[in-house]
Design a protein. Structure first.
Length: 129
């Protein structure tokens, strides 16, 4: 695949993700008492318990969309990614201070399904009331 085509595909994926974020309701509208949200995100291959990528995302609650979708970290994966929106929102709406969410990549690498999985540990604080 040539560089220009890959760059265009990446730009299209970014634009689609931005459209979804802009169309989503705001997190603060859905969970008015939410004060802070930290997500520890780990991506791993399902044949190994070793995380391939791990990072912490501090969500800006005041402006963040109520959308929790992540791209697959495998650059060979076509059409993949993770959407843990339902699990995260269910936990936040229940005012859970600690929660987890898991998803498997729905993409493919060549003719085989992608074997990556996402595990997220969330920590939230809420305003009184």
């Amino acid at each position: 695949m040539n560089f220009r085509k890959r760059r265009n595909e990446a730009a299209e994926r970014f634009a689609e993700r931005k459209r979804r974020e802009d169309a989503a309701p705001r997190l603060k509208e859905r969970v008015r008492t939410l004060a802070t949200l930290k997500l520890e995100v780990e991506e791993m291959h399902d044949t190994s318990d070793t995380a391939r990528a791990k990072h912490v995302r501090h969500v800006v609650v005041a402006s963040a969309p109520a959308l929790f979708a992540f791209p697959c970290g495998d650059t060979s994966c076509e059409g993949g990614g993770y959407d843990i929106t339902h699990a995260v929102m269910r936990s936040l709406e229940a005012h859970a201070e600690h929660f987890t969410a898991d998803d498997r990549c729905n993409g493919s690498i060549g003719n085989s399904p992608c074997k990556r999985a996402l595990h997220v540990t969330g920590t939230a604080t809420y305003e009184p009331g």
